[in-house]
Structures are given as C-alpha cells and as structure tokens.
Ligand binder design. Structure first.
Ligand code: UGA
Length: 430
C-alpha cells in the first residue's frame, strides 16, 4: 500500500528536472515543475516534451493528474512540502560552476515557511550546501531542512537510472530531512546511502571524474596499442573481466563529451585549485581527452597529405548515440578543426539539432549517411549510431572520392571494411 504522496515543487524543467518530476509523479507524489522559460512551459502544458529521453514522454502523459508545469512561482510553492532544485550550473569563465540560477531559486523561496525541506539535485561544488543553509536561514527558513541529492542518471537512460539506480545518495544535515527524502524515494529500486552534505556533493564529482578517468586511460592504452601492434578491443575485454576493474567505461574512442564530464571535471579541478591543491591525475585525464580529438584529425591528415580542399563526412554529431544532445560533443571540435584546415564538411546524424552557428553553419547536413558520403575523400565515425552499421558500405566505397575511413568508435569490422577497399583506421586496433 502506497503512503499518500508528498507535494513536491521541482525547479527547472531541463533534463534532470523533467526526469525527476516525472519519476516522483510516477512514484505517487504530487509534483509541480516550475521553469522560467515560457516556451518550454507552454510546450509541456500542450503535452509535448522538449527533449528526447526514452520513456519520459509516456511517463509524463501517464501521470497527468499528479504532474503539472508552470511559470508561476506561487503555483509551484502552493502547499509544497519539498522544493527540489534542478537548475543547471554551467561553468563560468573562471572554471567554477556558475550557481546564479541556484541562488535565484533559493531567493524565490523566501516566505515559503510551509516547506519541510529544500533539496539540491544540481551538481554543485563541495561546500555549496553550507552556503545554501546560510541563505535559507537568512530567508527566514531556519526551520526548513536541507539535503543534497546528486543524480547519477545518464542521458538516454535517465528514467530507468532514476527508477533502478545503483544507489540513491542523500546528504543531509539532520535525520528528519534525510528520512523525508528517503521516504520520497520509496518505490525506487536501489539502495539509499545517507551521509553528510559535503560528502554527498563530493560523491557526484568523484564518480564522474573516475568514469572519465577510465575512458582516458583506455584511450591512452589504445594509443600505445597502435604503436606496439596490440589490439585495444582485446585488451579492454580481458582487463574488464577482472571484477575489481569491471567492463564498463573501457570503450576507446574519440573522447568523452556531453553536458557532464567536461563540465564536472573542470569544476572539480577548479574546486581543488581553490583549496590550493592541484589535482594531477584529473588534469592528465582532461589533457588526454583533448589530445584524442587532435589525434583523430592528425590521422586523416597523415593519410590524405593535406585536409585543404578535402571533403570529409562526419557520421554522428551528438556526444553519444540515443540522444539529441550536442553539448560538448567531440563532433563540434572536429568540425571546427576540419574547417580551419580548409576541408569541406558534410554531416549526418539522425537526431542532432546543432545550433545554426559556427562551425555548423559552414557545414552541410544530409538525410542519410550514404548522401553525406557522396564524393567524400574521407569519413569519420564520430558517434556510434547503430544506423552506421547498416550503411551499404560497398556502395559507399563506390561513391566516395577516396574510401578513407576513420572509425572513431571502433564500430565497424576492420577486415570487412578493408575487403571492400577501404583504408580503415580505428582507435587502438591494427
Ligand atoms: C554521465 C554519467 O554516466 C552519469 O552517471 C552522470 O549522472 C551524468 O554524466 C551526469 O553527471 O549528469 P552522460 O553524460 O549522459 O552521463 O553520458 P555517458 O554515457 O556517461 O557518456 C559520457 C561520454 O563518455 C560520451 O561522450 C561517451 O561517448 C563517452 N564514453 C563513455 C566513452 O568514450 N567510452 C566509454 O566507455 C563510455
């Protein structure tokens, strides 16, 4: 038997806010999601979802009675017991996270004395909770509990990650707040770990940094495999069988991107340097990731002699498959470098909606991979969309000016591609 739901106000209708709001509604709570973007709220009210995330649309549609969207602050706070802050915390010029949206939300809570707890889900520097506490006290909300509840959901599987997490981390300053947030997650299929606020804030940054480290590590091993004749795919498979190391995040490629790893690794590095400590390992992890994209361009340059006047097809633009997200996508760096070297860039992606600005405004977009490959001197598999496997590569070899392929995700089979006449280059495989 479900306990009657809590009343939750979610601030921010981005990826995290929408998933959080929809999942809490699914768990039986009464949720109002508030955003300041009129277009976004209008879209959500009309039953559309502004982002692509599997299962999210159905979940929102299936919970209409318990989930609403508003621009209006009073409507969001009316009767709310818990305020969930899910606004974005983008990097500022200094590298520190820009918390201005967080502070704006917190200021707006002044007078909401009926709240029982304020929860920050946004990724924030360690120590932010203490500042939030002071802000709440100054806003007359000293009696309101505070908790940090970082998210570990990956795009493309956010709903599933929320409902079946490896862990729910709750950082709270008092038992009452911790219990309330734990109770809010009743029905979520995963262990709840309760700790102090600072540690919870650190768990989020440390987890993303370690995942990024695994990828940069295998990318460096891939480079060494190229120099020694080993095959990184075999190496990663066998390394991953050691249960202490695990098979995940050992896929070599063109480097990590997205809205989280680049931002969070920079934020953690900045956080450390603010304390007077230089994070050596993480700095190398970031550098290896930048190098990975430079190496991709260099490989093409070595093969073609020059990139000037060359026509290069980019297959896949999003930072990973299964999403329309272009934030910090490696494709943006590759397109910019190719254009700077004087190449012509033709693109294909089934979902990306790149900004109508540079570098994309200087590239052409094509409906199918085959069309993007027409007349190309080289192609780069940038994102491992499954459609790329289905391309008629024999046809592609015939319509390309030169059948040169850099498979930046080791998606295709080297032997079959070579049989079709391709000059095939992968990452860390012979
Ligand atoms: C990541 C984390 O996986 C989540 O746990 C975390 O909650 C989230 O960031 C966040 O902080 O919000 P996400 O950015 O959606 O999730 O994407 P991932 O699937 O982790 O991929 C990140 C990047 O690493 C992608 O560019 C991907 O292509 C790359 N990657 C991943 C590799 O190059 N190799 C791998 O083996 C795995």
């Amino acid at each position: 038997v479900r306990t009657p739901g809590r009343r939750v106000a979610v601030f921010g209708a981005g990826y995290i806010g929408l998933v959080t709001g929809a999942c809490f509604a699914e768990l039986g709570h009464q949720v109002v999601v508030r955003d300041i973007d009129p277009e976004k709220v209008a879209l959500l009210r009309s039953g559309e979802v502004p982002i692509y995330e599997p299962g999210l649309g159905d979940m929102i549609a299936g919970n209409k009675e318990r989930l609403s969207f508003t621009l209006d602050l009073d409507e969001a706070l009316d009767g709310a017991e818990i305020a969930y802050v899910c606004v974005d915390t983008p990097p500022s010029a200094s590298g520190d996270a820009d918390l201005s949206r967080l502070w704006t939300v917190l200021r707006s809570l002044e007078g909401a004395t009926h709240l029982k707890a304020v929860v920050v889900k946004s990724t924030v520097p360690v120590g932010t909770g203490a500042r939030v506490r002071t802000a709440l006290d100054q806003a007359g909300l000293a009696h309101v509990g505070y908790a940090a509840n970082p998210e570990f959901t990956a795009e493309g599987r956010a709903v599933d990650d929320f409902m079946h997490p490896d862990r729910v981390v709750i950082g709270a300053e008092d038992d009452a707040a911790a219990r309330l947030i734990e109770e809010l997650h009743a029905g979520v299929d995963g262990p709840v770990v309760v700790m102090d606020v600072r540690s919870a804030e650190m768990v989020k940054l440390a987890s993303n940094a370690l995942l990024a480290t695994k990828i940069s590590f295998i990318n460096e091993i891939a480079t060494l495999c190229e120099k020694t004749g080993a095959d990184v795919e075999e190496v990663a498979r066998a390394v991953g069988l050691d249960h202490r190391l695990g098979p995940h995040f050992l896929r070599p490629g063109i480097g990590w991107g997205g809205s989280c790893f680049p931002k969070d690794s920079e934020a953690l590095r900045q956080l450390a340097s603010n304390t007077g400590y230089h994070l050596q390992l993480l700095s190398a992890v970031i550098e290896v990731n930048n190098l990975q994209k430079r190496r991709a361009i260099q490989k093409l340059k070595d093969e073609l002699g020059t990139l000037a006047g060359m026509r290069v097809a980019l297959l896949g633009l999003t930072f990973k498959p299964g999403t329309d997200d272009m934030r910090e996508a490696p494709s943006t760096v590759l397109a910019s470098r190719l254009l700077a070297e004087g190449a012509e860039v033709r693109c294909w992606d089934p979902m990306a909606r790149p900004a109508a600005a540079e570098p994309w405004s200087s590239t052409s977009r094509h409906e199918t991979p085959e069309l993007a490959l027409e007349g190309a001197d080289a192609a780069i598999v940038v994102t491992e969309w499954p459609q790329i496997k289905e391309v008629d590569w024999a046809h592609a070899a015939a319509v390309m000016r030169r059948p040169v392929l850099f498979d930046g995700r080791n998606l295709l089979d080297p032997a079959s591609m070579r049989e079709l006449g391709f000059t095939y280059m992968g990452v860390g495989r012979p």
